[in-house]
Design a protein around this ligand. Structure first.
Ligand SMILES: CC(C)(COP(=O)(O)OP(=O)(O)OC[C@H]1O[C@@H](n2cnc3c(N)ncnc32)[C@H](O)[C@@H]1OP(=O)(O)O)[C@@H](O)C(=O)NCCC(=O)NCCS
Length: 221
């Protein structure tokens, strides 16, 4: 390993024959086994353990420094076995430990796994030996050995209005125009009256033109 453009923390334990491409960032206490290849712009957070002969393609994030203040300074608990291929822009990310696995917030990837580009693998789950994760899949549950996983976990959960709305909105939709049906009805009737007035005025003017001597009394005149 001799890549002057990569950032490798002096506390990282990098085995021989590991290739690290430019602009990779490898934090303290990371372990990388013999024969592995770390592509450019890969980020590997403190404490991650990566086995032998793994290939990690550009832009993958093997856990990132936690954003939540209560986890600041913690090491990642990501573990990656041997002969694992992680394609570009994959994230192996942490979750809030709500599932009762103490101290473990990040995934464990067993041997010979292939993770397709853009996949997001989140939480203290285990991806079993020889499993394949499809490109862009979102994986938040354990993956059995040899399984092929595709698709998104995402599903619609309507955000409760009170969690984001600053003011009460009767119909849930912020809009410039009036939203009260009663008011809308009155405005519509006012518009109709104005139109009818215009039409009556036009008819009276027409009649006056035909018979200038006729005395026509108009409202307000
Ligand atoms: C998931 C994967 C491993 C499956 O490969 P496979 O076993 O050869 O499967 P197939 O291509 O026969 O596809 C089987 C079905 O899954 C669907 N499928 C495959 N990959 C998918 C994916 N990532 N997301 C959603 N659906 C997918 C196919 O459309 C097909 O559906 P159908 O049966 O309705 O036609 C592969 O498609 C994949 O995503 N590999 C990662 C590739 C990658 O990231 N390459 C980057 C290299 S630069």
């Amino acid at each position: 390993m001799n890549q002057p453009l990569a950032y490798v923390h002096p506390g990282a334990k990098i085995a021989k024959n590991v290739v690290i491409e430019p602009f990779a960032t490898i934090h303290n206490n990371v372990t990388i086994g013999e024969g592995s290849w770390i592509g450019s712009n890969v980020t590997i957070m403190e404490g991650a353990r990566i086995g032998k002969n793994c290939n990690i393609f550009p832009g993958a994030v093997i856990s990132a420094p936690p954003q939540d203040l209560k986890y600041q300074g913690e090491e990642t608990t990501v573990e990656i076995g041997n002969n694992v291929t992680i394609y570009q822009c994959v994230t192996l990310g942490g979750s809030n430990p709500t599932n009762g696995v103490p101290g473990k917030r990040h995934p464990t990837i067993r041997d010979n796994v292939i993770i397709g580009s853009g996949a997001q693998i989140i939480g203290p789950i285990t991806v079993g030996d020889r499993a394949r994760v499809g490109a862009n899949a979102v994986v938040t549950d354990d993956v059995p050995e040899g399984a092929t996983m595709i698709g998104l976990k995402a599903r619609s959960t309507l955000v409760k209005a009170e969690t984001w709305a600053k003011e009460f909105m009767p119909y849930g939709t912020p809009c410039e125009e009036p939203c009260e049906p009663g008011n809308q009805r009155i405005e519509s009737l006012e518009e109709q009256i104005a139109t009818l007035r215009q039409q009556v005025d036009a008819l009276l003017a027409e009649r006056e033109a035909l018979n200038p001597k006729a005395q026509i009394v108009r409202e307000g005149k």
